[in-house]
Design a protein around this ligand. Structure first.
Ligand code: NAD
Ligand code: DAU
Length: 352
């Protein structure tokens, strides 16, 4: 049995964070799990309803830009470890409002590093600061190949530039102050509780409501999709067994062009909704491209497989099936998150 820990998980009310919190709360009853989240448009405590009363779960409604509040949380819960997921996560929003990404993703991360450094005060025994990052820091693979842990950083969007910067700060705290840091860079996640501004949940929601499916550019952009629960399992492994000061790439070896993925989604949704095969295909609408749109991402996940034994546990078919069923069975959740602030943002999107 693992020893007791008091783990701070930031961004635990968001998409990936809620899966990580649920996994840790249920799998490790000996750990105290403190979910720290500002509850932005993307954060939603409904995502954690099933575990909110667990005796080892705690919630702190705190913004990582608030230094005093961060320090208070470290002291109150005697935090021993950090798994940092809180971030502004949507590329399109970063094109509209880059500064929000600078504040939360860069300054917020440095604030968190500072709070950990101050609280741990040079005693790094049994401590760990784990930063969750993205493959987007590596830029775009236009001419084949894969991203490995040694690929040079070349971020193209304000989002990926802010994540690259936060990765560098985490690494620098490891080198400069000896903080036991570790970083992982993951490909595109999909699954339950994904906010319907990102491709898969947005298109599921639009197909349900017979709304246009806005395909950026020619639709021939490629992403490597990973089921969110498999990312959470990888995070569990890196947290417990990853080498300090190291980085791990996480991906599904599952590349799809957007247009092929969208056609598959339409086929599956039409079937589930009792529509004729291909009935929703006319919803596909080619719109102007995302500025700075990265052509292709593809992760080489050999290192985490060889060193830690991780590999995806579900196929894309299985994961997509579970995801579609989840959205069809959770229409109230979908309705709640697509009203209000989200709607206002959606209306001012440049592709509308
Ligand atoms: P998300 O947008 O669904 O959730 C982000 C969470 O962070 C929300 O709960 C939000 O309320 C919280 N948050 C935002 N700003 C905050 C602040 N200033 N203080 C405290 N909390 C704040 O994001 P996600 O898709 O779950 O991504 C989580 C992390 O994983 C991010 O760091 C992201 O860069 C990274 N990541 C995401 C993917 C993906 O495909 N979604 C892939 C690789 C890496
Ligand atoms: O690669 C990891 C990254 O994946 C994460 O770091 C980000 O947080 C996450 O949002 C995701 O970024 P993408 O930009 O790849 O995801 P998004 O769902 O926004 O877009 C996926 C692809 O679909 C991309 O090529 C743009 C395209 N797209 C997206 C939307 C929302 C469309 O064609 N139409 C759309 O309406």
């Amino acid at each position: 049995m693992e020893q007791s820990k008091n783990i701070l998980i930031t961004g635990g009310a968001g998409f990936i964070g809620s899966h990580v919190v649920r996994l840790f709360v249920t799998k490790y009853p000996q750990y105290n799990i403190v979910n720290l989240d500002a509850l932005t448009y993307a954060g939603n405590l409904e995502n954690l309803k099933d575990i909110e009363n667990a005796p080892n779960y705690f919630f702190e409604h705190v913004n990582i830009l608030d230094n005093a509040a961060l320090e208070a949380v470290f002291a109150k819960h005697s935090i021993s470890d950090v798994i940092h997921l809180a971030a502004e996560s949507h590329v399109d929003r970063s094109i509209l409002s880059p500064l929000d990404f600078v504040y939360t993703n860069i300054i917020g991360t440095v604030n968190l590093l500072q709070a950990a450094k101050k609280s741990w005060n040079g005693n790094y025994d049994n401590k760990r600061f784990y930063h969750i990052s993205t493959d987007e820091v590596y830029g775009s693979l236009d001419n084949g190949g894969f991203f490995t842990e040694t690929t040079a950083y070349s971020p193209n969007s304000p989002y990926s530039a802010s994540k690259a910067s936060s990765d560098h700060f985490v690494r620098a705290y490891g080198e400069t102050y000896g903080m036991p840091t570790v970083i992982s860079n993951c490909s595109n996640n999909y699954g339950p509780y994904h906010f319907p501004e990102k491709l898969i949940p947005l298109f599921i929601n639009n197909i349900i409501n017979n709304k246009p499916l806005p395909v950026y550019g020619d639709g021939l952009f490629t992403r490597d999709w990973l089921y969110v629960k498999d990312h959470a399992l990888a995070i569990d492994m890196v947290f417990h067994n990853g080498k300090v000061h190291d980085t791990y790439n996480i991906g599904g070896f599952n590349e799809w062009t957007n247009i092929d993925l969208i056609k598959l989604l339409v086929e599956k949704m039409d079937h589930k909704l009792g529509r004729a095969t291909g009935e929703s295909l006319p919803l596909i609408t080619f719109v102007k491209d995302r500025p700075g749109h990265d052509k292709r991402y593809a992760i080489d996940a050999t290192k985490i497989n060889k060193e830690l034994g991780w590999k995806p546990s579900v196929t894309f078919e299985e994961g997509l099936e579970e995801t579609i069923d989840w959205y069809l069975n959770n229409s109230e959740w979908l309705e709640n998150v697509t009203s209000g602030a989200y709607q206002k943002y959606y209306e001012q999107q440049y592709h509308s």
